[in-house]
Design a binder for this molecule. Structure first.
Ligand code: NAD
Length: 255
Protein backbone atom coordinates (compact mmCIF):
# COMPACT_ATOMS: atom_id res chain seq x y z
CA UNK A 1 0.00 0.00 0.00
CA UNK A 2 1.32 3.39 -0.99
CA UNK A 3 1.59 5.33 2.30
CA UNK A 4 1.22 8.87 0.93
CA UNK A 5 -2.31 10.09 1.62
CA UNK A 6 -3.32 7.22 3.92
CA UNK A 7 -4.58 7.49 7.50
CA UNK A 8 -2.86 5.59 10.33
CA UNK A 9 -3.99 4.94 13.91
CA UNK A 10 -0.98 4.08 16.06
CA UNK A 11 -1.82 2.60 19.46
CA UNK A 12 0.95 2.93 22.01
CA UNK A 13 2.16 5.74 19.74
CA UNK A 14 3.30 8.09 22.50
CA UNK A 15 6.49 6.10 23.06
CA UNK A 16 9.01 3.56 21.80
CA UNK A 17 8.45 1.42 18.73
CA UNK A 18 5.01 2.80 17.91
CA UNK A 19 6.18 6.38 18.21
CA UNK A 20 9.06 5.66 15.80
CA UNK A 21 6.52 4.04 13.44
CA UNK A 22 4.24 7.08 13.61
CA UNK A 23 7.22 9.28 12.72
CA UNK A 24 8.17 7.13 9.70
CA UNK A 25 4.56 6.98 8.49
CA UNK A 26 4.19 10.75 8.86
CA UNK A 27 7.45 11.32 6.96
CA UNK A 28 5.94 9.33 4.09
CA UNK A 29 2.80 11.46 4.03
CA UNK A 30 0.31 9.55 6.21
CA UNK A 31 -2.12 11.37 8.48
CA UNK A 32 -1.53 10.15 12.03
CA UNK A 33 -3.69 9.56 15.07
CA UNK A 34 -1.64 8.80 18.17
CA UNK A 35 -3.68 6.50 20.42
CA UNK A 36 -2.36 6.06 23.94
CA UNK A 37 -3.22 6.38 27.61
CA UNK A 38 -4.60 9.74 28.74
CA UNK A 39 -1.58 10.01 31.08
CA UNK A 40 0.93 9.48 28.25
CA UNK A 41 2.81 12.07 26.22
CA UNK A 42 0.44 11.52 23.28
CA UNK A 43 -0.63 15.15 23.01
CA UNK A 44 2.99 16.35 22.86
CA UNK A 45 4.03 13.64 20.38
CA UNK A 46 1.10 14.48 18.07
CA UNK A 47 2.03 18.18 18.19
CA UNK A 48 5.66 17.34 17.36
CA UNK A 49 4.60 15.19 14.38
CA UNK A 50 2.76 18.14 12.82
CA UNK A 51 0.84 17.58 9.56
CA UNK A 52 -2.42 17.78 11.56
CA UNK A 53 -1.65 14.71 13.71
CA UNK A 54 -4.13 14.18 16.55
CA UNK A 55 -4.02 12.50 19.94
CA UNK A 56 -6.91 10.23 20.89
CA UNK A 57 -6.68 8.91 24.45
CA UNK A 58 -7.56 5.25 24.97
CA UNK A 59 -6.89 2.33 27.23
CA UNK A 60 -6.46 -0.78 25.11
CA UNK A 61 -8.23 -2.76 27.87
CA UNK A 62 -11.36 -0.65 27.46
CA UNK A 63 -13.30 -1.47 24.30
CA UNK A 64 -15.41 1.71 24.35
CA UNK A 65 -12.29 3.85 24.46
CA UNK A 66 -10.82 2.04 21.43
CA UNK A 67 -14.07 2.56 19.53
CA UNK A 68 -14.12 6.26 20.46
CA UNK A 69 -10.49 6.78 19.42
CA UNK A 70 -10.95 5.06 16.05
CA UNK A 71 -14.25 6.88 15.40
CA UNK A 72 -12.53 10.19 16.08
CA UNK A 73 -9.67 9.25 13.75
CA UNK A 74 -12.11 8.53 10.93
CA UNK A 75 -14.22 11.65 11.68
CA UNK A 76 -11.08 13.79 11.54
CA UNK A 77 -9.32 12.29 8.52
CA UNK A 78 -12.17 10.62 6.60
CA UNK A 79 -10.92 7.00 6.66
CA UNK A 80 -8.58 4.48 8.30
CA UNK A 81 -6.06 2.46 6.26
CA UNK A 82 -3.27 1.50 8.67
CA UNK A 83 -3.52 0.26 12.27
CA UNK A 84 -0.43 -0.38 14.38
CA UNK A 85 -0.69 -1.50 17.99
CA UNK A 86 2.13 -1.94 20.51
CA UNK A 87 0.17 -1.36 23.75
CA UNK A 88 1.06 -4.26 26.01
CA UNK A 89 3.40 -5.60 28.65
CA UNK A 90 3.87 -8.35 31.19
CA UNK A 91 4.47 -9.31 34.80
CA UNK A 92 7.01 -11.92 35.92
CA UNK A 93 5.41 -14.88 37.72
CA UNK A 94 5.99 -18.62 37.55
CA UNK A 95 3.34 -21.29 37.03
CA UNK A 96 3.98 -22.58 40.54
CA UNK A 97 6.10 -21.28 43.42
CA UNK A 98 6.41 -22.00 47.14
CA UNK A 99 3.67 -19.43 47.64
CA UNK A 100 1.33 -21.47 45.45
CA UNK A 101 0.04 -21.57 41.87
CA UNK A 102 0.20 -18.54 39.57
CA UNK A 103 -2.72 -16.28 40.60
CA UNK A 104 -5.35 -16.66 37.91
CA UNK A 105 -6.32 -12.99 38.04
CA UNK A 106 -2.74 -11.97 37.21
CA UNK A 107 -2.74 -14.34 34.24
CA UNK A 108 -6.08 -12.94 33.08
CA UNK A 109 -4.82 -9.34 33.34
CA UNK A 110 -1.84 -10.03 31.07
CA UNK A 111 -4.07 -11.79 28.53
CA UNK A 112 -6.60 -8.91 28.70
CA UNK A 113 -3.95 -6.30 28.02
CA UNK A 114 -1.95 -8.09 25.31
CA UNK A 115 -4.30 -10.50 23.56
CA UNK A 116 -7.85 -9.25 24.09
CA UNK A 117 -6.67 -5.65 23.60
CA UNK A 118 -4.93 -6.57 20.34
CA UNK A 119 -7.97 -8.42 19.02
CA UNK A 120 -10.29 -5.59 20.02
CA UNK A 121 -8.14 -3.05 18.19
CA UNK A 122 -7.91 -5.36 15.16
CA UNK A 123 -11.63 -6.05 14.88
CA UNK A 124 -12.68 -2.40 15.33
CA UNK A 125 -10.00 -1.12 12.92
CA UNK A 126 -11.01 -3.74 10.33
CA UNK A 127 -14.63 -2.57 10.59
CA UNK A 128 -13.60 0.96 9.57
CA UNK A 129 -11.23 -0.33 6.87
CA UNK A 130 -13.98 -2.46 5.32
CA UNK A 131 -15.73 0.78 4.28
CA UNK A 132 -12.72 2.06 2.27
CA UNK A 133 -12.72 2.09 -1.50
CA UNK A 134 -10.07 -0.51 -2.42
CA UNK A 135 -6.88 0.80 -4.05
CA UNK A 136 -5.69 -0.40 -7.48
CA UNK A 137 -4.36 -3.61 -5.84
CA UNK A 138 -7.71 -4.27 -4.13
CA UNK A 139 -6.31 -3.28 -0.71
CA UNK A 140 -8.46 -1.64 1.94
CA UNK A 141 -6.15 -1.72 4.93
CA UNK A 142 -3.49 -3.38 7.05
CA UNK A 143 -3.25 -4.03 10.78
CA UNK A 144 0.03 -4.74 12.58
CA UNK A 145 0.04 -6.20 16.10
CA UNK A 146 3.01 -6.61 18.40
CA UNK A 147 3.92 -10.07 19.68
CA UNK A 148 7.35 -10.92 21.17
CA UNK A 149 9.88 -13.69 20.69
CA UNK A 150 8.55 -14.84 24.08
CA UNK A 151 5.60 -16.12 22.04
CA UNK A 152 7.95 -18.87 20.82
CA UNK A 153 10.44 -19.33 23.67
CA UNK A 154 9.06 -17.66 26.77
CA UNK A 155 11.50 -17.49 29.65
CA UNK A 156 10.92 -18.75 33.16
CA UNK A 157 8.35 -16.42 34.74
CA UNK A 158 6.84 -15.35 31.40
CA UNK A 159 4.03 -17.90 31.25
CA UNK A 160 1.16 -15.38 31.06
CA UNK A 161 3.01 -13.06 28.69
CA UNK A 162 4.10 -15.94 26.43
CA UNK A 163 0.55 -17.30 26.32
CA UNK A 164 -0.86 -13.88 25.42
CA UNK A 165 1.77 -13.16 22.78
CA UNK A 166 1.44 -16.59 21.14
CA UNK A 167 -2.30 -15.90 21.09
CA UNK A 168 -1.46 -12.89 18.92
CA UNK A 169 0.52 -15.17 16.57
CA UNK A 170 -2.45 -17.53 16.19
CA UNK A 171 -4.94 -14.70 15.83
CA UNK A 172 -2.87 -13.03 13.11
CA UNK A 173 -2.94 -15.98 10.72
CA UNK A 174 -6.64 -16.67 11.16
CA UNK A 175 -7.78 -13.03 11.10
CA UNK A 176 -5.87 -12.56 7.83
CA UNK A 177 -7.95 -15.41 6.39
CA UNK A 178 -11.15 -13.87 7.78
CA UNK A 179 -10.38 -10.47 6.28
CA UNK A 180 -8.70 -11.51 3.03
CA UNK A 181 -11.87 -11.21 0.97
CA UNK A 182 -12.10 -7.57 2.10
CA UNK A 183 -8.54 -6.72 1.05
CA UNK A 184 -7.41 -6.19 4.65
CA UNK A 185 -4.06 -7.68 5.66
CA UNK A 186 -3.11 -8.72 9.19
CA UNK A 187 0.48 -9.03 10.36
CA UNK A 188 2.41 -9.14 13.63
CA UNK A 189 5.99 -8.26 14.56
CA UNK A 190 7.76 -10.30 17.26
CA UNK A 191 10.66 -8.23 18.63
CA UNK A 192 13.48 -9.50 20.82
CA UNK A 193 14.70 -7.05 23.45
CA UNK A 194 14.26 -3.49 22.21
CA UNK A 195 15.59 -0.23 23.56
CA UNK A 196 12.34 1.34 24.79
CA UNK A 197 10.55 2.24 28.01
CA UNK A 198 12.12 0.44 30.97
CA UNK A 199 14.89 -1.19 28.91
CA UNK A 200 16.10 2.15 27.51
CA UNK A 201 18.55 2.91 30.28
CA UNK A 202 19.61 -0.65 31.12
CA UNK A 203 23.30 -0.84 32.12
CA UNK A 204 25.61 -2.25 29.40
CA UNK A 205 26.47 -5.38 31.43
CA UNK A 206 22.81 -6.24 31.71
CA UNK A 207 22.26 -5.65 27.99
CA UNK A 208 25.21 -7.89 27.18
CA UNK A 209 23.75 -10.69 29.29
CA UNK A 210 20.29 -10.25 27.82
CA UNK A 211 21.43 -10.32 24.20
CA UNK A 212 24.25 -12.90 24.42
CA UNK A 213 22.18 -15.54 22.61
CA UNK A 214 21.64 -13.43 19.49
CA UNK A 215 23.47 -14.40 16.29
CA UNK A 216 24.08 -10.82 15.12
CA UNK A 217 23.83 -8.04 16.12
CA UNK A 218 24.26 -8.72 19.84
CA UNK A 219 22.50 -5.63 21.08
CA UNK A 220 18.99 -4.41 21.79
CA UNK A 221 16.86 -3.50 18.82
CA UNK A 222 16.18 0.15 18.12
CA UNK A 223 12.66 1.59 17.85
CA UNK A 224 13.39 2.76 14.30
CA UNK A 225 14.15 -0.85 13.30
CA UNK A 226 10.63 -1.84 14.34
CA UNK A 227 9.37 1.17 12.39
CA UNK A 228 11.25 0.09 9.25
CA UNK A 229 9.68 -3.35 9.49
CA UNK A 230 6.22 -1.82 9.90
CA UNK A 231 6.78 0.36 6.82
CA UNK A 232 7.89 -2.70 4.79
CA UNK A 233 4.72 -4.53 5.86
CA UNK A 234 2.47 -1.66 4.84
CA UNK A 235 4.20 -1.22 1.50
CA UNK A 236 4.44 -4.89 0.48
CA UNK A 237 1.06 -6.48 -0.29
CA UNK A 238 2.49 -10.02 -0.24
CA UNK A 239 3.22 -9.72 3.47
CA UNK A 240 0.13 -11.16 5.10
CA UNK A 241 -0.91 -13.60 7.87
CA UNK A 242 2.62 -13.86 9.31
CA UNK A 243 4.41 -12.96 12.49
CA UNK A 244 7.89 -11.70 11.63
CA UNK A 245 10.63 -12.19 14.20
CA UNK A 246 12.77 -9.06 14.55
CA UNK A 247 15.53 -10.41 16.73
CA UNK A 248 19.04 -10.62 15.22
CA UNK A 249 18.69 -14.41 15.43
CA UNK A 250 18.13 -14.36 19.18
CA UNK A 251 16.51 -17.33 20.94
CA UNK A 252 15.71 -16.66 24.59
CA UNK A 253 17.40 -19.06 27.01
CA UNK A 254 15.21 -20.38 29.88
CA UNK A 255 16.37 -17.46 32.05
N1 NAD B 1 10.81 -3.34 24.40
C1 NAD B 1 11.00 -4.64 24.29
O1 NAD B 1 12.06 -5.17 24.60
C2 NAD B 1 9.90 -5.50 23.74
C3 NAD B 1 10.20 -6.79 23.26
C4 NAD B 1 9.17 -7.58 22.75
C5 NAD B 1 7.87 -7.09 22.72
N2 NAD B 1 7.61 -5.85 23.20
C6 NAD B 1 6.23 -5.38 23.16
O2 NAD B 1 6.21 -4.03 22.71
C7 NAD B 1 5.17 -3.32 23.36
C8 NAD B 1 5.71 -2.13 24.15
O3 NAD B 1 6.21 -1.20 23.28
P1 NAD B 1 7.60 -0.47 23.53
O4 NAD B 1 8.63 -1.50 23.81
O5 NAD B 1 7.79 0.48 22.40
O6 NAD B 1 7.37 0.25 24.96
P2 NAD B 1 7.08 1.73 25.40
O7 NAD B 1 6.89 1.65 26.89
O8 NAD B 1 8.12 2.68 24.89
O9 NAD B 1 5.69 2.11 24.70
C9 NAD B 1 4.49 1.49 25.05
C10 NAD B 1 3.36 2.50 24.90
O10 NAD B 1 2.12 1.82 25.14
C11 NAD B 1 1.34 2.61 26.00
N3 NAD B 1 0.43 1.76 26.78
C12 NAD B 1 0.75 0.94 27.81
N4 NAD B 1 -0.37 0.37 28.30
C13 NAD B 1 -1.40 0.84 27.55
C14 NAD B 1 -2.80 0.63 27.57
N5 NAD B 1 -3.37 -0.16 28.48
N6 NAD B 1 -3.55 1.28 26.67
C15 NAD B 1 -2.99 2.10 25.75
N7 NAD B 1 -1.68 2.35 25.68
C16 NAD B 1 -0.88 1.73 26.58
C17 NAD B 1 2.31 3.35 26.89
O11 NAD B 1 1.74 4.52 27.43
C18 NAD B 1 3.45 3.63 25.93
O12 NAD B 1 3.29 4.88 25.29
C19 NAD B 1 4.47 -4.32 24.26
O13 NAD B 1 3.40 -4.92 23.56
C20 NAD B 1 5.58 -5.33 24.53
O14 NAD B 1 5.04 -6.57 24.92
C21 NAD B 1 8.58 -5.05 23.71
Amino acid sequence: MEIEGTVAAVAGGASGMARATAEELAARGAKIAILDLESSEGEKVAAELGNGAIFCPLDIRDSDSIARALDRTVQTFGALHIGVNTAGGGAAKRTLTREGPHPLDDFRKVVELNLIGSFDFLRLAADHMSRNEPNADGERGVVISTASIAAFEGQIGQVAYAAAKSGIVGMTFTAARDLGSLGIRVMAIAPSLFQTGITKNAPSQMVEALTKDAAFPRRMGRPEEYARMAIAIVENPMLNASTIRLDGGQRFAPR
